[in-house]
Write a new protein. Structure first.
Length: 437
């Protein structure tokens, strides 16, 4: 780290990747550099940038001698003080981060996929090397969440962290709710606006939110949770009928990431669509915004809200980590993550929830009693029920139920037996309901 004057020290940043987030970071470092230097005495400077192609247009001006296609040379360059990784994926990002950490360089990353799969390895390398590994932008874009969980709430007995952590799916569900669009129409619009990829699987099937949930659970509960521990259920099965029923019953449908710790120390982490009461703070989170609700024994309930994606919001979170890491490097210290034991994961079948479901049945005497008997036989208590005659010539009816809290396994057994009843023509959507019991 160079020292041009007694009042200001230059921190040379090696940037791995220069897409939307990387280019936005370069701009923020330039725009905010004087203010950061005045407040911290640290002059941030992006000195080397690794890219896949030197000829690609990046939307930000960089001197030709700064760019290189040799990412390894950036990660290990003695002239680079701090490394920022925004290339994504597991390899070569993992190897580059390990090499930088072993070379004594703090690393800031926005790579949720990497941390959700091999984060434990990287935390251990950072700890043994005595340097920072910071990743605020990997979880909720521009929302400051990781730092509060790591620092402000480290002494808090957290029981649950629950939130909307994927802007694409929240945008789709918002349009289905407010505009009456179908899932396909809302997805197409999200893709045209750049919120969803051409292949939207990671978003709409819950894998992106699941990776973030694994990181959140690890930091919040101090137990190592990986992506494979997370139960996933996406939003592709949510219909306009479900949206209408939810609104009429006083709910909004949201894709939630939920991490819970139980009294026996076990942890459950899951991602699925859920019906959220209108009065709950998460129900009002619209479009591509994210929000995370944290529940603790002493602090009570906290909510973090803001833009969860986008080049500049994400780059803002990266820059915050860069300033922290640079300050720690100047002081010869680092933020310790500690060690994480493998979490004991509670299977989804053992979890409890209230449920919404609807059935299409024969509209004749005795059917409702038979259906209710199946619920009772499996220990699933009905909280409310509505019957609606279908406007067709088939003498059918739609039954809509909301249950009290029940075990997932018992609800699954109920559904299996209902499918065997002659009077049940079809079972529609099954959604979990929060805030009912």
């Amino acid at each position: 780290m160079s020292n041009p004057s007694s009042a200001e020290r230059t921190v040379n940043i090696g940037l791995l990747g220069c897409g939307n987030v990387g280019a936005a970071l370069v701009e923020l470092v330039r725009d905010r550099g004087d203010e950061i230097a005045a407040r911290t005495g640290l002059r941030l400077q992006v000195s080397r940038v690794a890219v896949r192609s030197l000829s690609k247009e990046r939307g930000v001006d960089l001197p030709p001698d700064v760019l290189t296609t040799d990412a390894e040379s950036v990660a290990t360059d003695p002239g680079v003080d701090l490394v920022v990784e925004v290339i994504g994926g597991i390899e070569p990002a993992r190897e580059l981060i390990v090499d930088a950490l072993k070379a004594g360089k703090p690393v800031v990353t926005a790579n949720k996929e990497l941390l959700a799969n091999v984060g434990g390895e990287l935390y251990a390398v950072a700890e043994s090397s005595g340097v920072d590994l910071l990743f605020e932008a990997a979880v909720a874009g521009g929302i400051p969440l990781v730092r509060p969980l790591r620092e402000s709430l480290v002494g808090e007995d957290l029981s649950r962290v629950m939130g909307i952590v994927n802007g694409t799916t929240n945008y789709i569900l918002t349009k289905m709710t407010e505009e009456g669009w179908s899932y396909a129409e809302a997805l197409a619009e999200a893709q045209s606006l750049g919120y969803a990829e051409r292949d939207p699987t990671a978003d709409v099937e819950g894998f992106d939110a699941g990776a973030k949930a694994a990181i959140i659970a690890t930091i919040a509960f101090g137990s190592k949770v990986v992506a494979g521990d997370v139960f996933h259920e996406g939003i592709a099965g949510v219909t306009s009928t479900d949206i209408d029923h939810a609104r009429r019953l006083g709910f909004q449908i949201k894709l939630l990431a939920i991490a819970e710790r139980y009294d026996d120390g076990s942890v459950a982490v899951r991602v699925h669509p859920a019906m959220v009461p209108d009065a709950h703070p998460l129900a009002s989170v619209r479009d591509s915004f994210n929000a995370v609700f944290v529940e603790g024994a002493a602090v009570g309930d906290l909510m973090f809200y803001g833009r969860g994606a986008g080049g500049f919001p994400t780059a803002s979170a990266v820059l915050g980590d860069v300033v922290d890491a640079a300050a720690n490097l100047a002081k010869g210290t680092h933020a310790s993550l500690g060690s994480f034991a493998k979490a004991r994961i509670r299977p989804i079948d053992e979890l409890r929830s209230a449920f919404y479901l609807n059935l299409v049945v024969e509209d004749r005497p005795g059917v409702l009693a038979a259906v209710a008997g199946v619920f009772g036989a499996h220990g699933v208590s009905i909280r409310s029920m509505e019957q609606e005659s279908l406007d067709d010539a088939t003498s059918g009816a739609r039954l809509t139920f909301i249950t009290h809290e029940a075990r997932e396994a018992d609800l699954r057994s109920t559904l299996q037996e209902l499918r065997g009843l002659d009077a049940v023509r079809s079972i529609g959507s099954v959604l979990r309901v929060i805030g009912q019991d």
